[in-house]
Design a binder for this molecule. Sequence first.
Ligand SMILES: NC(=O)C1=CN([C@@H]2O[C@H](COP(=O)(O)OP(=O)(O)OC[C@H]3O[C@@H](n4cnc5c(N)ncnc54)[C@H](O)[C@@H]3O)[C@@H](O)[C@H]2O)C=CC1
Ligand SMILES: O=C(O)C1=N[C@H](C(=O)O)C[C@H](O)C1
Length: 240
Amino acid sequence: MNILLLGYGKMGKIIGETAASRGHHIVAKINIDNRHELDVLDPSKIDVAIEFSQPDAAFDNISWAISRGIPVVAGTTGWMDKKPVIETLAKNKNTAFFYASNFSIGVNIFFKVNRFLGSLMKDQDSYHVSLEEIHHTEKKDAPSGTAITLAEAIINEIPRINNWTLSDNTSENEQSLPITSKRIDPAPGTHIVRYRSEIDDIEISHTAHNRKGFAVGAVLVAEWIINKKGVLSMDDFLSF
Ligand SMILES: NC(=O)C1=CN([C@@H]2O[C@H](COP(=O)(O)OP(=O)(O)OC[C@H]3O[C@@H](n4cnc5c(N)ncnc54)[C@H](O)[C@@H]3O)[C@@H](O)[C@H]2O)C=CC1
Ligand SMILES: O=C(O)C1=N[C@H](C(=O)O)C[C@H](O)C1
C-alpha cells in the first residue's frame, strides 16, 4: 500500500515505522516546512493518507487529500468544529474519511466500559462525575480529543449532565461535567473517569505507556479503509 503521511512529528514517525514493518511504502512525509512537496505528488499513486499534524493544520491537509479522491485516516484532535465540512466533501468526492480521537484498541475498550458505567450511574444522583486527562507538555489542544469522546458518552447516558467544561473545579455545577487537563512530561496519554459520593468513589482509568497502540491502530485502519467510501469511525472498524 502507498501511504502519504500528513504530519511527521511524534505520531507520523511511529506510524511510518509501523507501516514499513507491515510492508507498506511511504510516498512522502509532509511537515510544516516541506508542504510544497505536495505539489509534485501524483494522487493516483497514493492509496491512503494518514493525517497526524496539529489542530490548525488538519483541515487543510485533509481537504487537500479528500479533494483529490484520496481516502484519509485522521487522528489530529482539536479541529472538530470543521469536521462536518470534511464529511460533506468526502461524500461529494466519493472517497473515505475516517476520524478517531483515539486509535488504540485499549482506549476503545475503555470507551465501551465508560459507556456501560455511565448507563449504570444514570439514576445515581448522589455521585458527582468528573474527568481528568494527563498528556505531555507539547500537546496543543485541551481537553484531549479522547476526553471529549468520553464526556460525550457520559452526557449521552446520564440525563442530569448537559455539557462538559474545561475546569479544575470538580464540583462547581452539577449539570456540567468538569474536565481537568494536566500537562506533565512524558505522559503519552492518561484518562480517568471519577464518580464521587459522600459514601464512596468509583474510578476507571486508561494509561498509555507509549504511542505504539495509536500507531498500530491507525495503520490497521488504513489497511481496512481501502476500497471503502463515506464517513467511517471506530464503530465501523471494530468487531466489539
Ligand atoms: N487519534 C489518536 O489516536 C492520536 C491523536 N494524536 C493527535 O495527533 C496530532 C499529532 O500528534 P504528535 O505527532 O504527537 O504531534 P507533534 O507535535 O509531534 O507533530 C505534529 C507535526 O505536524 C507538523 N505540522 C504542522 N503543521 C503542518 C502542516 N501544515 N502540514 C503538515 N504537517 C504539519 C509539525 O511540523 C509536526 O512535525 C495531535 O493533534 C495529537 O493530539 C496523537 C496521538 C494519538
Ligand atoms: O496529543 C496526544 O499525544 C494525544 N492525543 C489524542 C487526544 O487528544 O485524545 C490521543 C492520545 O491521548 C494522545
